[in-house]
Design a protein around this ligand. Sequence first.
Ligand SMILES: Cc1cc2nc3c(=O)[nH]c(=O)nc-3n(C[C@H](O)[C@H](O)[C@H](O)COP(=O)(O)OP(=O)(O)OC[C@H]3O[C@@H](n4cnc5c(N)ncnc54)[C@H](O)[C@@H]3O)c2cc1C
Length: 457
Amino acid sequence: MNNALSDVSFWFDSIGELPRIEVVPLPAQIDVAIVGAGYTGLWSAYYLKQRDPSLRIAVFEAERIGFGASGRNGGWCMGMAWGVDALLHNPATRSRGVTLARALFDTVDEVGRVCQAENIDAHYTKGGSLNVATIPFQVAQLQRRRDHLHSAGFNDSDFCWLPRDESRARLAITPNHGALYFRHCAAVHPARLVLGLADVVRRQGTVIHEGTPVTAIESGRVLTLRGPVRAGAIIRATEGYTDTIAGERRRLMPLYSMVTATEPLPAEIWQQIGLKERETFGDSRRVVIYGQRTLDDRLVLGGRAGYYFGSKRRRVIPPNDPKVVRVKALVTKLFPMLEGYRVTHGWGGLMGVPRHWRPCVQWDTTTRTGWAGGYVGEGVAASNLAGRAMADLVTGTASPLTELPWINDEARRWEPEPLRWFGAKAIEAFGDRADQSEFTTGAPSKLWGGLFNTFVG
Ligand SMILES: Cc1cc2nc3c(=O)[nH]c(=O)nc-3n(C[C@H](O)[C@H](O)[C@H](O)COP(=O)(O)OP(=O)(O)OC[C@H]3O[C@@H](n4cnc5c(N)ncnc54)[C@H](O)[C@@H]3O)c2cc1C
């Protein structure tokens, strides 16, 4: 097992050598077993210990802490999640949608609060997020969205429209026709967040067993490649890797997203680009472009989706992968002033996509097993809220969090291959068309939306 995960992402490369894995004997019996040491597993452990410090908790991680999406993502700690918009659109579910949205807004502050209280140096800066209209028709689309959100009870201090000049002053992306500014978003260094959180969890007394794949979860015990462990409660937090667990093959579709990072850019370039408050940014096609300014002044830009037949996974995605190369090409297309500057890193990571495209926190009081995830690329903050809800469910604490709409909102399973592959390829193909004509017509974006809706429906 590697002691550095430099090939996994820029974030890990910036951290360098990790401590060697400390192999400790597996316990025979514990109170709570958690499978997966990403944000979901670790936040669950953190809040469980807050609720009941006497709990004996062990986390089982197949690779290293943060090896999954938590150590690879775009670093948007955003107070939003898939599924919220649909709740807000339907008058019958609107008030539940508002409650979930407000809980997610607060979660961004909660992550910042814990970072401060526990000395996690995750480069957390709450600068909000710019949803930029890069195609003229998106102006009306984003303004309609703002109006709709305001009619649901939010206001300008949550979402406000920035006309073209104001938007350009904040971000010199080309083109920029205006932006919907969302206040509840922070930029973070993802790997620092997950590793820092793991340190805190260990200090609380939880044992993290790295290099310990779990092959099956049964009521009352987990089977690992190092032997079985009995547990009073079991939480699965395996996201895009869920098919490694027996019987869970079609639960979440593993979909790749690709990211790039430039070299640190000089002050004069940042004077041109903007992002003075480290706002995160994207356009309204969410999956196509997302970015942030890192604390060491790099531009991180991500986008594109990728799926491999049979949900095949790749341990790392190299910088010369064609999909990474296409994100790289977007850097100078969107920011012409970066011509001549180096894109030093390119990588990919796995998102977990449930059949209904929204997260779920599931808990079975009879078997005392549960899982959380299905964030579809929007889980940095949502995993904190899921972890808190999970801690309440496991400890039997009635709270507003255990009433949130995503509790036990399980999707049906994905179709078997080759249907799943055809669906995923269609998403990729429409993404390609969106790239080719992204600045000329609204059609590709609408096709994306339509396709997603087909999947959601
Ligand atoms: C490229 C990319 C960019 C993203 N950008 C953003 C963003 O900017 N903002 C945002 O909100 N979200 C983003 N996301 C999504 C976000 O990163 C995830 O939703 C979040 O990290 C999920 O955390 P998790 O702990 O549930 O899963 P993961 O971090 O994937 O952790 C799962 C862990 O479980 C382990 N595991 C799996 N199976 C087993 C097993 N059988 N036995 C033991 N261990 C196992 C894995 O090794 C892994 O470490 C992005 C995702 C990707 C891939």
